[in-house]
Design a protein around this ligand. Structure first.
Ligand code: FMN
Ligand code: MN
Length: 468
């Protein structure tokens, strides 16, 4: 899968994408159709007739595990946990991007500079009534380069449409684009960036993934695809751009300049701020796009949407990868439920091998790079329980869990978006470690009730005779 058009073709063939031919308004209507469709686990939607526009909008690309499996090129009945295991296996061998001929690159089919720059040319949705405006960048990512090392970062940071040639940004403190921007600021220079909308969906998933600092998301995409991402240089920025991107906005962010931005409905289901805030913005210098460019949007908002599924995939896969890297024996599987955006709650199943083994896994999970940021609750279950089988996890929490064996960690790094904390005190979170296993060291373990094997056979043979 090289680009959004490959995704559309494959998803349509698999019956998990629908074209909407009826006229739909970009102002609230489109997003509401997408959101309600996502709540019922509906197909990806390609809106072909958007009011005031001639070009299409796609939504709901990542909303189901089946579509995530399609994007990763894995069987349609894969579970999220299966996807984590493949991600961890493939992600080991980084593959850097490959430079290709810009003259033939689809993303250069139209090049707009100077007076021709107009972001209103694209059907940018307005998602929720209380949003501060239209959001150009949702299912997109911003490319930037570290001025010291040349490390190229892809990060998904929302972008509000603030004018013909102005896009808002919100780089939360410590995010990779924020780290880079501070370096440009110290050098007294603006940071060159490119916002990419519409491309191989895996690149967006990686834009929102918590890939370690100094590692390029491009190289991880190459590893997961098994072949390099094809890139070309920007027109006005010295950055690698996906050759097959639908829309590319090139520009500069000056750390000393601000415009009012927000608010925007977050994936927590709440607004993270109380109103608009001054934030840095992209001063657009050039737009390039394919013919009939496909605008890609995602609803964010209340779970479960694309954003939650995307995060449940990449955050869960990364947690699994980082736990494996700690070489703890007995780990069976991890599940990070999309209802918790894959980040606030993790369930781990394991085979216990020694006393304290469960505690090791519990404390290890919140000490991984992934878990150390925002993970609040970890549940460990025995190996006979699949962590994604929530009724069985509830069973373990009812019959194996003991409150006296759970641990509360008082302080850890939080995300500023967590609505369970007061809006002005979201730096620090508590954590809860739940051991829902039968203790390893117990000499006398509860005796499980088993059925008599011979009797089961006999009864099964009589099943239809019994009229069942
Ligand atoms: C739709 C969507 C919107 C997001 N918006 C923001 C945002 O505005 N600011 C931010 O710091 N992170 C945002 N994130 C989370 C980042 O994408 C995520 O933390 C990612 O790791 C950032 O890349 P980095 O690790 O290279 O900094 C968003 C994620 C998604 C899926
Ligand atoms: Mn990064």
């Amino acid at each position: 899968m090289k680009d959004m058009r490959d995704f559309i073709a494959e998803a349509e063939k698999a019956g998990i994408l629908k074209r909407i031919k009826a006229k739909v308004d970009w102002n609230l209507e489109l997003s509401h159709i997408a959101k309600l469709n996502e709540e019922q686990q509906g197909p990806a939607l390609l809106f072909e007739n958007v009011k005031d526009y001639k070009t299409p909008v796609i939504t709901s690309v990542c909303t189901t595990t089946e579509r995530l499996a399609l994007i990763m090129g894995l069987p349609k009945d894969s579970s999220l946990t299966d996807l984590y295991k493949e991600w961890a296996r493939l992600g080991e061998n980084l593959v850097p991007p490959k430079w290709v001929d810009a003259a033939k690159a689809p993303c250069k089919e139209n090049i707009l500079k100077g007076k021709k720059i107009d972001l209103y040319k694209f059907p940018v949705p307005h998602y929720y009534p209380l949003d501060g405006g239209r959001y150009f960048g949702t299912a997109h990512f911003i490319i930037s380069k570290d001025p010291d090392t040349g490390w190229v970062n892809l990060g998904t940071y929302r972008s509000q449409l603030l004018g013909k040639n102005k896009l808002g940004t919100q780089f939360i403190k410590g995010k990779h684009a924020d780290i880079m921007l501070k370096k440009y600021q110290a050098m007294g220079k603006p940071m060159p960036v490119a916002s990419v909308v519409g491309c191989d969906p895996l690149l967006f998933i990686l834009g929102a993934a918590r890939v370690s600092a100094f590692v390029s998301e491009y190289d991880v995409a190459g590893a997961l695809r098994g072949e390099p991402v094809e890139v070309v240089r920007g027109e006005t920025v010295d950055l690698p751009i996906p050759a097959h991107a639908e829309i590319v906005v090139e520009g500069e962010v000056d750390a000393n300049k601000f415009m009012d931005e927000g608010p925007f409905g977050e994936y927590t289901g709440y607004y993270s701020g109380v109103g608009t805030d001054p934030r840095n913005f992209i001063d657009v210098k050039c737009i390039t796009h394919r013919n009939n460019p496909i605008m890609w949007g995602t609803t964010v908002g209340r779970a479960v949407t694309d954003t939650h599924m995307t995060m449940a995939l990449s955050y869960g896969a990364t947690l699994w990868q980082q736990l494996l890297a700690m070489k703890i024996p007995g780990l069976k599987a991890v599940y990070c439920p999309p209802e918790g955006s894959g980040r606030f709650l993790a369930i781990i199943s394991m085979k216990q091998m020694y006393p304290g083994h469960v505690d090791q896994v519990l404390t290890a999970s919140i000490s991984t790079e992934m878990g150390a940021y925002g993970l609040k609750t970890v549940i460990v279950v025995d190996e006979d329980i699949d962590p994604w089988d929530i009724p069985r996890v509830m069973y373990a929490l009812s019959f194996r869990f003991q409150p006296n064996r759970c641990q509360v960690i008082k302080r850890g790094r939080s995300t500023p978006l967590d609505p369970s904390l007061p809006i002005n005190a979201r730096e620090i979170t508590g954590r809860l470690l739940l051991d829902a296993t039968i203790p390893y060291e117990w000499k006398e373990k509860p005796i499980p009730i088993e059925l008599d094997k011979e009797m089961v056979k006999r009864v099964k043979a009589r099943w239809s005779e019994l009229g069942l």
